[in-house]
Write a protein that binds this ligand. Structure first.
Ligand code: CAA
Length: 381
């Protein structure tokens, strides 16, 4: 039997996150969207409310939430403001490689401090010339005496400017392709690390996105995760676990857009009646609602697969592809329901549409999700 009823603990988590989204995030979201200021205050409150670092295991001082529980929280956070949500989730993306591949000593050093105090970590995979083709990266390490030297650049780095610690993927030999990639933990204060351009984004403007540069950064050997050459698998295993959280963020954004559209359709009158009375509007709202529900269920299934220890790459990609495409469609339709008012900043739905677009791009474009799905599918039959 399959049950969809949340446990009492899950309902309590959902309620905490929902109240935080409504009381703390909603009122501040327009300001951060307009100014692109990093929401330090919200992050501080989220940390204190236990709504950050959801993936840190209990033995390292974190809540050790299952991916499904993380999804329940993240849907509410994204409903509040997905840009802030992206900044809140960035620590989990950066710490997961250490949780998956670090030694007990590395976990104590590089993960535990994040459960004790508000700190920021960033995940550095993408480069100016290598986005979807992550294994083609050029950022490199070479052995020099008792340490590595790190050189190169990473781009589109969430929270990179405010980060204290960086999980960086780099190659030790480009000829080896994916098998030459290493994962290392970099302290942002190390000499040779610098923050480059801050991106001026279309949406999710509350999250910080920067370029990071590395010039002859000395990396002690004990900052390597796993063995040399294991970095690519660590990155892919990390993304398998985090893509459902991007997917559920799409559900949160779409749900917000649907709610606004339903309410507005009942207020807005044309031809002498609320536009909610017209079948053309009703059918749009009905499709939006069905797509939100379907996306949530697919995402929960992908989370359940991961929590059950089953191979989940394809399911994570199903969820990411479907839910973030849903977010784009539902937010676009919400703008349509609002008509001209949907296109101006005085009303909330244009922000949701701009925010949704990034979900189709980051943590692997939806074209890359199709690559992952198709490769798996072709192996099966
Ligand atoms: N788990 C474990 N191992 C995996 C794996 C997985 N999910 N996926 C691949 N591998 C292994 C393969 O088995 C293979 O190993 P073997 O040769 O030993 O079998 C090795 O890794 C190489 O795999 P591929 O041949 O499939 O590699 P590829 O170069 O063809 O790339 C890809 C595959 C799926 C396209 C990958 O490059 C990819 O996911 N690209 C997208 C990158 C991405 O998502 N970037 C997001 C950045 S993070 C971000 O956006 C967040 C932010 O802050 C904004």
């Amino acid at each position: 039997m399959i049950g969809f009823e949340l446990s009492d603990d899950q309902k309590a988590l959902q309620e905490t996150a929902r109240k935080f989204a409504r009381n703390e995030m909603w009122p501040k979201a327009p300001h951060h969207d307009k100014t692109s200021e990093f929401p330090h205050e919200i992050m501080k409150k989220a940390f204190e409310a236990g709504l950050m670092n959801l993936s840190i295991p209990q033995d390292l001082g974190g809540p050790g939430f299952a991916i499904l529980d993380q999804c329940i929280i993240t849907e509410e956070i994204a409903y509040g403001c997905v840009g802030m949500g992206t900044s809140m989730m960035a620590n989990d993306l950066a710490l997961t490689p250490i949780i998956l591949a670090g030694t007990p000593e590395q976990k104590q050093r590089f993960v535990k401090p994040f459960a004790e105090k508000l700190k920021y970590a960033s995940f550095g995979l993408t480069e100016p010339g290598h986005g979807s083709d992550a294994a083609g990266m050029e950022t490199r390490i070479e052995k020099k005496g008792d340490h590595y030297l790190l050189n190169g650049s990473k781009c589109w780095i969430t929270n990179g400017g405010v980060a204290d610690q960086l999980t960086v993927f780099c190659t030790i030999d480009r000829k080896l392709g994916p098998k030459g990639i290493c994962a290392i933990v970099v302290d942002k204060n190390m000499p040779g690390v610098s923050v480059g351009k801050h991106e001026d984004k279309m949406g999710q403007r509350a999250s910080e996105t920067v370029v990071l540069n590395f010039e002859d950064v000395k990396i002690p050997f004990d900052r390597l995760l796993g063995k040399e050459g294991e970095g690519f698998k660590i990155a892919m295993q990390t993304l398998d676990r985090t893509r459902p959280l991007v997917a559920i963020s799409g559900v949160g954004v779409a749900r917000a857009a649907l709610e606004h559209a339903v309410k507005y359709s009942k207020e807005r009158k044309q031809f002498g009646q609320p536009i909610s009375g017209f079948q053309g509007i009703q059918f749009m709202l009905a499709d939006m609602a069905a797509d939100v529900e379907a996306s949530r269920l697919l995402t929960w299934e992908s989370a359940w697969m991961i929590d059950a220890g089953k191979p989940a790459s394809m399911y994570s990609s199903f969820a990411k592809r479907v839910s973030t495409d849903t977010a784009m469609k539902v937010t676009t339709d919400a703008v349509q329901v609002f008509g001209g008012y949907g296109y101006v900043k005085e009303y909330p739905v244009e922000k949701l549409m701009r925010d949704a677009k990034l979900l189709q791009i980051y943590e692997g474009t939806n074209q890359i999700q199709r690559v992952v799905i198709a490769r798996e599918l072709l192996k099966q039959f």
